[in-house]
Ligand binder design. Structure first.
Ligand code: TGC
Ligand code: FAD
Length: 390
């Protein structure tokens, strides 16, 4: 009874197994105890709550689907999704930290790294002893990462890396960065850059109105000497970077449902308690319409995402299917946040409630990991066979 209640209009819980429910409820308890009481303060102060790192590791949020031999939780894709849902119910910024660590740092080391790299980095990343970030976006290349300028030269004993990345989650405090850069032939590779390498700096990006409890920064490389053993050897090309995004986008599709659930729960409770014109505002048709549409959209998103999780578990989910779910669910959550904020009237803008924070966070979530427009064009490309990008 002291847990959050999930809106579950179509009994989606019946589709989950015992492990899914255990993982979800453990995450839900942890978020309620550790995240919800402090997050508003940290967001207002624009500070990342570093003390949450160990707890995120302990609930399995760092590498949920990475095998246990590397320190991961060894869970399936539905459990991974439920973890992201529960964490984002607390805050999208905290979910971002988990997404980046799992899908953008651990995933490429696991999939594209060699055994020595897996052994060196994955167990420490799984506990949060080391934190990572992912550098793909550049100041002049966001939606079109294939045109990146960051590059490295082979100088015999090591590589020399030059360039700049922008808008990088976790950058200001990360111990390592998985960085995408072009070799002399123009082919994209992933390199593990470690804090302390000479010429590597990570200035923080200030004055964000969104994801304020997440630290964002730049990655600057000025003739950084990178040892050759830090190149990820098993896959190269833009597709390697985009493969990591598939895994993160999938988690975000679930995460957005968490933010939407929190806004819906809050608005429903408020609408039943708030009296105007001598009756609860929930008794008015206009507010009922908003609430009814919210639960309808949450339910559709839950079913879409659950099915996608099954396809992922069977290794059958396509990148375009993942794009559809990321795009749909984040837009759904943002729309619900905007409507829920209005249901609370003036209180909707107060930090006493989580809605405005979710709403502002989701403005980043609808932009990063491929914008709303880019995902629509990915669907367009998939159904027509024609790329609108080039
Ligand atoms: P295109 O020619 O279509 O593709 C290049 C190569 O990549 C392959 N590919 C994929 N592979 C795996 N997964 C995917 N989703 C893939 N999409 C494409 C493709 O088959 C091809 O392979 P090959 O072997 O033929 O070379 O590439 P394009 O240059 O036309 O670009 C396509 C486009 C626009 C869809 C893509 O570049 C894109 O997705 N742009 C959006 C960029 C983006 O999402 N950036 C995210 C940065 S990371 C981030 O935001 C983290 S926020 C984290 C947080 O805090 O939670
Ligand atoms: P642009 O690509 O310049 O797009 C601007 C507008 O043009 C958008 O509306 C877009 O949809 C539209 N547009 C672009 N191309 C087309 C087209 N062909 N057709 C129609 N419309 C188009 N990146 C990382 O690498 N790592 C991170 O950890 C990371 N974290 C982030 C955290 C935050 C808080 C934010 C805000 C961003 C983060 N990003 C990260 C960057 C993010 O992925 C990019 O912002 C995103 O991919 C969009 O790139 P852009 O900002 O350069 O916008």
């Amino acid at each position: 009874p002291d847990l959050f209640q999930s809106p579950d209009y179509y009994h989606v819980d019946d589709l989950l197994n015992e492990e899914h429910l255990l993982v979800r409820d453990a995450a839900r308890k942890w978020v309620k105890k550790e995240v919800s009481p402090i997050i508003e303060d940290y967001a207002q102060k624009a500070t990342f709550p570093k003390q949450l790192i160990a707890g995120l590791g302990s609930i399995g949020a760092f590498g949920p689907y990475i095998p246990q031999e590397y320190g991961g939780a060894g869970l399936d894709q539905i459990s991974y999704g439920l973890l992201m849902q529960e964490i984002e119910r607390g805050d999208s910024g905290i979910r971002s930290t988990a997404s980046v660590q799992s899908s953008l740092v651990m995933y490429p080391i696991w999939k594209y790294g060699n055994e020595a790299q897996r052994q060196k980095y994955l167990p420490k990343l799984a506990t949060g002893e080391w934190m990572g970030c992912f550098g793909l976006t550049e100041p002049n290349h966001g939606s079109d990462p294939g045109s990146m300028l960051t590059n490295f030269k082979d100088v015999g004993t090591h590589y020399i890396l030059n360039g700049a990345k922008m808008w990088i989650s976790n950058a200001p405090f990360a111990d390592i960065a998985v960085v995408w850069a072009k070799d002399e032939a123009g082919r994209i590779h992933g390199l593990i850059v470690e804090r302390g390498m000479v010429g590597f700096t990570t200035p923080e990006t200030h004055h964000k109105w969104s994801l304020r409890a997440s630290a964002t920064g730049e990655l600057l490389f000025d003739n950084v000497k990178v040892p050759k053993e830090n190149l990820l050897p098993n896959k190269s090309g833009l597709g390697a970077a985009l493969g990591c995004l598939d895994s993160a986008r999938y988690g975000i599709a679930w995460g957005a449902i968490g933010a939407a659930m929190d806004c819906y729960d809050t608005a429903l409770r408020y609408a039943k308690e708030r009296i105007q014109f001598e009756k609860p505002i929930a008794a008015t048709q206009l507010q009922q319409k908003k609430l009814a549409e919210m639960i309808t959209e949450i339910t559709k998103a839950q079913l879409l995402t659950w099915r996608l999780g099954v396809l992922k578990n069977e290794n059958k989910a396509t990148s375009a299917q993942i794009s559809m779910a990321k795009r749909n669910n984040v837009a759904m959550a943002l729309e619900i946040a905007r409507e829920a904020r209005q249901i609370l009237g003036g209180m909707g803008i107060s930090g006493e409630y989580s809605i405005m924070r979710h709403m502002m966070n989701l403005e980043s979530v609808i932009t990063y990991e491929g914008t709303h427009d880019i995902h629509l064009l990915i669907t367009g490309m998939d159904i027509t066979g024609i790329s609108a990008f080039k």
